[in-house]
Ligand binder design. Structure first.
Ligand SMILES: Cc1ncc(COP(=O)(O)O)c(C=O)c1O
Length: 378
């Protein structure tokens, strides 16, 4: 029987254990696995850096959810990004979106720049910028949609088509959407990256990352070797926590996306707000593309507060339900002044606050934002 993605997600890791019939997966902490009398690893496992039964369960689930051929779980989203960059060689060009998550940009520019990777950043909302920047030396085109923190939308199909013409690998950071909202392989991407730390984990208690490959191609083999040899693998307990998180992903996302839409509409009409960035709003520049490639519009939005940057910081510090903290995708709502955490090289507007919508009642969230915004109106 063909299952929907929501059903696949709800059942991750729940098939009965062959020995005990347990409906929750075992956490295999063993680092090594015994050979049988003939000297073979007949159990299928050798050493946990290479493969681990709990990690394998999670990797198979991620492969199925994204509709790919192979997944690898890493110790963080950044470790997954690092493995991709390590698979490239000096002189290779990589194309990044101008408003990409600042950690990935910094890793590419500050570390891999001196290893010989040539990094270029363009505004990918305009396809002509991508086409102009592509050369035969472009080996990797990185998309992040919606982007962090300006929530801008990139047309995955259009960029993938252009990138494939020069033979570049297309990677989509799908952290903010998850496959329940967008499945990048259906639009032509080769690789999907996740910070498991966010929606998959879903409870702000797992640090992890993943790469999923559409095909078992050369890049996939190289990155798999890097995962096993460099060893930044996800530990078994975090794999188990991630599978537990994925089982409730569909209901969490449904609620978070619904509340984000209500908040976006409310804040758009608020006198203290200059602009709301949320692709669910029909006035948002990304709305049309988002409607084509997203099933829901996501649980993240950004707002620009009228007045000084100090006013924006004051709003973030005076909320009751929204914790003033970095990260996103958990059950609790978070808010953050991104320019502060990104540092002096940040290109994020100084009056921008990023909001991760949690599972609280949306009425409480509205009341909370309203009282904090009133403080800056005074
Ligand atoms: C879009 C995106 N990609 C990747 C990462 C990095 O993930 P991690 O913090 O798990 O290393 C983050 C972290 O905030 C992110 O927001």
């Amino acid at each position: 029987m063909k299952s929907s993605l929501e059903t696949i997600a709800a059942r991750v890791g729940t098939e009965p254990d062959l020995e005990t019939r347990a409906l929750s997966p075992s956490i295999h902490l063993a680092t090594t696995f015994a050979r049988d009398q003939s000297g073979n690893h007949s159990g299928g496992f050798v050493y946990s850096r290479l493969e681990n039964p709990t990690r394998q369960k999670l990797e198979l689930a991620l492969t199925e959810l994204e509709g790919g051929a192979k997944a690898m779980a890493f110790s963080s989203g950044m470790a997954a990004a690092n493995a991709i960059f390590q698979a490239l060689k000096p002189g290779d060009r990589i194309l990044l979106p101008h408003d990409i998550y600042y950690g990935v940009k910094s890793l590419a520019v500050d570390f891999f720049g001196s290893w010989g990777l040539v990094v270029e950043c363009v505004d990918m909302r305009d396809l002509s910028n991508v086409k102009k920047a592509l050369t035969v030396a472009t080996r990797l085109v990185w998309l992040e949609t919606p982007s962090n923190p300006q929530v801008s939308i990139t047309d995955i199909r259009a960029v993938s088509t252009a990138a494939r013409q020069v033979g570049a690998t297309v990677l989509v950071d799908n952290t903010w959407s998850t496959p329940l909202i967008t499945r990048p392989f259906e639009f032509g991407a080769h690789v999907v990256l996740h910070s498991i730390t966010k929606y998959f984990g879903g409870h702000s208690d797992v640090l992890g990352g993943a790469l999923v490959f559409a095909e078992n191609d050369d890049m996939c083999s190289k990155v798999s070797a890097i995962q096993q040899k460099a060893g930044a693998v996800l530990d078994p307990f975090s794999c188990w926590l991630t599978m537990r998180g994925i089982r409730s992903l569909a209901v969490r996302l449904e609620r978070q996306c619904r509340s984000a839409m209500i908040l976006a509409e409310y804040l758009s009409a608020h006198p203290s707000i200059e602009q709301v960035h949320y692709p669910g709003l029909s006035t948002d520049p990304g709305h049309e593309v988002a409607s084509r490639q997203m099933k829901m519009y996501g649980g993240m939005l950004s707002v620009r507060i009228k007045g000084s940057p100090e006013g924006a910081k004051q709003v973030a510090s005076n909320l009751y339900y929204f914790a003033n903290a970095t990260s996103l995708g958990g059950t609790e709502s978070l808010i953050e002044h991104r320019a502060s955490i990104e540092g002096p090289s940040s290109t994020t507007p100084q009056n921008l606050l990023r909001i991760s919508v949690g599972l609280e009642s949306v009425d409480d969230l509205i009341a909370d934002l309203n009282q904090a915004l009133q403080l800056v109106q005074k």
